[in-house]
Design a binder for this molecule. Structure first.
Ligand code: F6R
Length: 599
């Protein structure tokens, strides 16, 4: 979704903004622009990619930039940010939605303000134009923000003022602290090559960046937002020789998994150490766990449900966050709501988490992003430690989410006394084996590419699996459809004969998951059903006897209940190579955004 970058300091701002916008590209956008604040304000913006945007050389040392993902009004030059007031002296970039913009716009138009764009954002510079007649920039922004309803992260500059004012409500915004100045951005990736020292703004904060001096106010009071140092640098956010971030991130999975489990496993004692602050007594007395998530994270939640029910013997439901209504089976305070979210900023997931929290449930955020809204708002946070993921299609973070949730299932199971230390040791040993097993799959990439290319022209692609194979089938289909734009569906294998079988022809490759934890023998019967309708079947399998029924087969190393997770890596590679053979924009698929910050 929209991305914001801003800098004020002693360096020239134009190249900083351009490279910051490049770093934000992965969030998804359809137009981009910058405002350079010198004695006069110069605005450069247009629909299209950042490469299409020409930012002239400038001596300005203060400015803001934006990547726009359209919500109000189509992607056009005029609708691109920054937006300005009637005088052209105030510029604003905005991420989020202003719910009451209609009413504000009507009042402003009645007062003589003229609007250029279809956006909700444009009301803000016009409101600021009035407020600046009476106040300095920080106070003017505070006054205007008080009138806005909805979600927003804002960056504001004005002609002749070497300062940026930023504000946040419900949309992420971080401040970067460098020796020669300060940054604002939607996420740390935007400026990490300049500084790793960041502070995270909270809802209601208004930050005043006056050169390197940063002051933050909330409700009129000065507040302290501590500076933290991120533990990764610019190279973690680069392609490292791969053609696409997605491929790099697929190959980073062994390392990401090592990070997810590092220091958290005592396989001999059969214990997981997660440093949770949720009291053990509370976990022991839980009635129910509800997992809320979207997209790939939802699939990780479906995987985790089976592990939690099996190891911790606690009823677990998984809800798509945008459909979630909190309805505990018994006491709200005996219901733990787990929000699974890579970014920690997904609006639907935050909304679900907040509804549960208001109703009295405790919340746990399982996230990749330190300092994210989910991590800060939840009662407790569990980090998946995957490192930055730039490709829009989530890959390594799915693996790290499932591994971390598997550890959680051991931790809760041991706490509740429902999991023996020897069963826990088995699972923990499998977790230790996970990075090596994933590496074995990655070593098979040349053969996966051949098979993917062979079937790339299918009319549609189906993925089937049972039990733990079902979320993996859903995830395999999601990956393929989002980056190849081909029709792909995942099904519980047993459901095929209840309808989807009607779609199966000789031109619909079917991918079947046939590993431990997926009732492979039963799925094999479904494989025979589709084969007799002449569909080619590709198996991802740890079942040797399945091979004779498959047109192509990839072997999954033995790893108990984690085999389906390993199988998923084959499906990621299939999706990548199908999409790549068609020349798709793999890291930035059309219409999609990495961080979905609107409901
Ligand atoms: C698909 C994908 C999305 C995200 C979803 C939730 O590849 O990346 O489906 O999984 O938008 O995002 P997070 O996990 O950040 O809440």
């Amino acid at each position: 979704m929209c991305g914001i970058i801003g800098y004020v300091g002693s360096d020239q701002v134009a190249p900083i903004l351009t490279s910051g916008l490049k770093n934000l590209e992965y969030r998804g956008y359809d137009s981009a622009g910058v405002a350079l604040a010198d004695d006069v304000l110069s605005i450069h913006k247009r629909e299209g990619t950042i490469d299409d945007l020409t930012v002239p050389e400038s001596t300005a040392t203060c400015g803001i930039g934006h990547t726009r993902w359209s919500t109000h009004g189509p992607p056009t030059d005029t609708n691109s940010h920054p937006h300005t007031d009637c005088t052209g002296e105030i510029a604003v970039v905005h991420n989020g939605i202003i719910d009451n913009y209609d009413a504000l716009k009507a009042d402003l138009e009645a007062a003589g303000h003229e609007f250029d764009s279809d956006t909700d954002t444009e009301v803000i510079p016009h409101l600021l134009e009035e407020a600046l007649e009476r106040y300095g920039l920080p106070t003017a922004v505070s006054r205007v923000v008080d009138r806005l309803e909805g979600s927003f992260a804002l960056g504001v500059v004005a002609a002749g003022r070497d300062e940026i004012v930023a504000a946040r409500n419900d949309s992420p915004l971080v401040v970067g602290h460098a020796d020669d100045g300060a940054f604002i951005a939607s996420d740390v990736t935007a400026f990490v090559e300049h500084t790793r020292d960041v502070s995270y703004l909270e809802d209601g904060d208004v930050a005043h960046l006056d050169g390197g001096d940063v002051r933050v106010y909330n409700d009129g009071q000065r507040v302290d937002r501590p500076i933290q140092t991120v533990d990764w640098g610019a190279d973690a956010a680069e392609k490292g020789g791969y053609d696409h971030y997605m491929l790099k991130e697929i190959h980073e999975q062994p390392q990401a998994l090592r990070q997810a489990i590092s220091g958290r496993i005592d396989a001999v004692a059969g214990e997981a150490d997660l440093e949770l602050s949720l009291p053990e007594q509370y976990l022991a007395s839980l009635d129910e766990i509800q997992i809320v998530a979207c997209g790939t994270s939802y699939h990780a939640g479906l995987y985790a449900k089976r592990l939690l029910e099996r190891h911790a013997e606690v009823r677990t439901t998984v809800k798509i966050a945008s459909e979630y209504a909190f309805s505990p089976s018994r006491d709200p305070w005996r219901t733990l709501v787990i929000a699974v979210t890579q970014s920690g900023e997904t609006a639907d997931t935050l909304g679900a988490m907040r509804r549960a929290s208001r109703a009295g449930a405790k919340t746990l955020a399982v996230t990749n992003t330190v300092g994210s809204t989910a991590a800060r708002e939840a009662d407790d946070a569990l980090y998946i430690r995957a490192g930055p993921e730039i490709g829009v299609a989530a890959t390594k973070t799915f693996a790290s989410q499932v591994a971390t949730l598997a550890l959680l299932s051991v931790y809760v199971g041991r706490t509740r006394g429902t999991l023996s230390s020897s069963d826990a040791s088995d699972l923990l040993e499998h977790l230790r084996g996970l990075p090596g097993a994933v590496q074995q799959v990655l070593d098979e990439e040349p053969r996966v590419r051949t098979v993917a290319t062979e079937y790339a022209d299918g009319d549609a692609f189906f993925f089937v699996g049972r039990r733990l194979g079902h979320p993996v089938a859903l995830e395999g289909a999601l990956k393929l459809k989002e980056i190849s734009y081909d029709h792909a569906e995942g099904f519980a294998a047993g459901e095929l004969k209840h309808g989807p079988l009607a779609l199966v022809t000789g031109e619909t490759p079917v991918f079947a998951i046939l590993t431990d934890g997926t009732s492979p023998d039963e799925t094999l019967n479904n494989v025979k059903e589709v084969e007799s309708r002449s569909a080619p079947v590709v198996g991802v399998s740890s079942l040797e006897r399945a091979e004779k029924f498959l047109d192509a087969s990839f072997s999954v190393p033995e790893l108990g209940l984690l085999e389906p997770l390993v199988a998923n890596v084959y499906l990621q590679l299939i999706a990548y190579h199908v999409a790549n053979s068609k020349g798709r924009a793999i890291d930035k698929p059309r219409n999609l955004a990495k961080s979905v910050t609107v409901e």
